[in-house]
Write a protein of this length. Structure first.
Length: 380
């Protein structure tokens, strides 16, 4: 026993082996209990948020967001407590000229890691609050709040990160933050020129929020690209196209060119030409036009607005019947379904009326000319 005590009193780098054992034990305790402690803290925050908001927030999302940064935070706390049981070797704190001060270096590295963990934890907590407000927004009829919640969540995260960067510069690197902010005004022009497109997209995002030409969930057409708005961010807007692709558009493009909000439509128009063969009799053409018009007028999905069915023109190889009707829907799939039903009905009408469809054709007339007699050559 006495040998063990003497062995624990053995000193190495100004610390006894007992001090190293204490420090190692604290670190092991942190590793062993970090998951349990982080889960308990996450549950405490979860219960507090649910009590204050009266919302059924999913526990798994809270645990997924808060547990990882809390585990890192607990490990940093364990390292701090372990370091308190150790003394920094005196030689490390009294560097010679030009040598590195290890004590100051360790403090700066630890404080930097602490600020990074605190920043990570703050970002995750803001996302938890964003999730809470998102659930509240889903219960309202307006789509505007569904768009505002992620936008302001990202704005708060950006401001929080900028604040933590200034704290790190002031506390870790001993930078005069006030002087730095003042000097940014001098270099602001260079920064603005270097980040011109980024700033354009940023200001465009604010313009879109103020003008509100669309909200999340609306279908738009911009520059020939059609899709449903998934997210409006600071730099770009994400669209889910009708074929399932995810398209990212810079916000400046949405403000610099014409934008059509398809969701604001009350109806969609169909316009096409039915081409009949030239040998179709006039009464048959008239009967086909009247029957199509009657079908459009009696169809409950196309009779809100009067359709136009007319014998329109004599084409190069067909008699052209113009068909225009309106479908009372803003959904492209529903519009295509109704249009298909009308097309099938037109096929049936033309067939029952004894007509037939034309196809591009030309008639060629070949004229044969008799060869004239060649004059006989004179002989001398």
């Amino acid at each position: 026993m006495e040998k063990a005590v003497n062995w624990l009193q053995y000193r190495f780098l100004d610390n006894s082996l007992a001090d190293y054992c204490w420090a190692f034990g604290i670190i092991l305790l942190g590793i062993a209990f970090k998951k349990a402690i982080s889960a308990a803290l996450s549950r405490f925050v979860f219960r507090w948020v649910r009590k204050e908001s009266h919302e059924e927030v999913p526990w798994t999302e809270f645990l997924r967001l808060l547990r990882p940064p809390l585990e890192v935070f607990i490990m940093l706390l364990a390292l701090y407590l372990a370091s308190k049981s150790l003394e920094v070797p005196g030689a490390w704190g009294t560097p010679s000229d030009g040598a590195l001060d290890f004590r100051v270096l360790i403090e700066k590295v630890y404080f930097s890691a602490f600020l990074l963990a605190l920043t990570w934890l703050g970002i995750r907590f803001i996302k938890c609050m964003g999730l809470l407000f998102k659930l509240k927004a889903q219960k309202t009829a307006s789509k505007l709040d569904d768009q505002l919640v992620p936008f302001f969540r990202d704005l708060v995260i950006m401001l929080f990160v900028i604040g933590m960067v200034f704290i790190a510069l002031g506390r870790v690197f001993s930078v005069d933050v006030l002087t730095l902010v003042t000097s940014l005004g001098i270099g602001g022009l260079a920064i603005a020129l270097a980040a011109r497109e980024t700033l354009e997209n940023l200001f465009a995002s604010f313009a879109l929020m103020i003008d509100r030409p669309f909200t999340v969930g609306d279908s738009i057409n911009v520059g020939g690209t059609e899709g449903t708005i998934v997210k409006l961010g600071f730099r770009s807007t994400r669209l889910q196209t009708f074929d399932g692709s995810l398209v990212t558009l810079p916000n400046r493009l949405l403000t610099s060119q014409s934008l059509e909000n398809l969701s604001e439509r009350r109806q969609r128009r169909a316009r096409f030409v039915v081409r009949l063969a030239y040998d179709t009799p006039g009464p048959t053409v008239k009967a086909i036009v009247e029957t199509i018009q009657q079908h459009i007028d009696q169809n409950p999905e196309t009779n809100e607005e009067p359709g136009v069915i007319r014998f329109d023109a004599f084409g190069e190889s067909s008699l052209d019947v113009l068909v225009i009707f309106y479908v009372q829907t803003a959904i492209a799939r529903e519009f295509n379904r109704v249009k298909e039903e009308v097309n099938l009905k037109i096929l049936e009408i033309v067939k029952d009326s004894g007509g037939r469809f034309a196809f591009p054709s030309r008639e060629l007339y070949i004229r044969q000319e008799s060869s004239s007699a060649l004059p006989e050559s004179e002989t001398t």
